[in-house]
Design a protein around this ligand. Structure first.
Ligand code: ZN
Length: 236
């Protein structure tokens, strides 16, 4: 799933746990992707592209057994929960962070090509419903709907809705081979793909956090200006 919609998951967590700060929720929902960026830069995981890139189907997440396997995702969620809830005594935060990490796996399974293994070293099965490969426009509809549903359940403002919709529309050319777009420049440049996604992650997390802020209610002032106190001495 694209960055804007992963970020939207933090809205669901904030709605469920309104007293928690937004930052750890935002980081949790993108923890797997942030790990993917680092591992690609380090050469531990690998991304490739076709000679011509016309859509996301021409970009292959060839190897990502650590950032995006079922075992590492669920393991990371469990460890985060144990440290935060059992170790630090932060019950709600522990649950929210664990849910956030696991949500990323579930959403990627919905849209990805068959590129998610069960554990590091596992070769098959490679999981993913395959929408990016076989029906990228269906993936676009699913992602847009998901983002809007998150916004609706959060009861966000119009600015947040505009961001969710525009953030999804910005990916439209990547999800349709017949719509030309800047993805053509990604051919043969897998690290540029990684960098582009890294920028998307940061921008969408920051903007989601900012636009999700509730307006603080101003303290109501007095409706009537009180009369100045009578000074008996002045009338004497
Ligand atoms: Zn991912």
């Amino acid at each position: 799933m694209f960055a804007v919609d992963h970020a939207a998951t933090a809205l669901l967590l904030k709605r469920r746990y309104p007293s928690l700060p937004m930052v750890p929720l935002l980081l949790a929902v993108q923890a797997m992707e942030l790990a993917w960026v680092v591992f690609n830069y380090l050469g531990v995981e690998r991304t490739t592209t076709e000679r011509v890139v016309r859509s996301v189907a021409d970009i292959h997440l060839e190897s990502m057994p650590y950032s995006h396997s079922v075992a590492t995702a669920l393991g990371a969620a469990l460890i985060a929960w144990a440290i935060i809830e059992l170790g630090m005594g932060r019950r709600e935060l522990g649950r929210a962070v664990a849910l956030g990490i696991a949500s990323h796996l579930v959403l990627d399974l919905l849209t990805h090509a068959h590129d998610i293994v069960l554990w590091p070293g596992g070769v098959s099965p490679r999981l993913g419903l395959g929408l990016y490969d076989s029906a990228p426009l269906a993936a676009f509809v699913v992602e847009l709907l998901y983002g809007v549903i998150c916004w609706r359940l959060y009861r966000g403002g119009r600015g947040l809705l505009a961001f969710v919709v525009l953030g999804n529309l910005a990916n439209l050319s990547l999800l349709s081979a017949s719509i030309p777009g800047p993805e053509a420049f990604l051919a043969g440049r897998p690290l540029m793909v990684v960098s582009l996604i890294a920028v998307q992650i940061v921008v969408t997390l920051v903007l989601t956090g900012m636009l999700a802020r509730r307006p603080t209610l101003a303290q109501p002032g007095p409706l009537v200006t009180p009369l100045p106190e009578m000074n008996p001495a002045a009338n004497a």
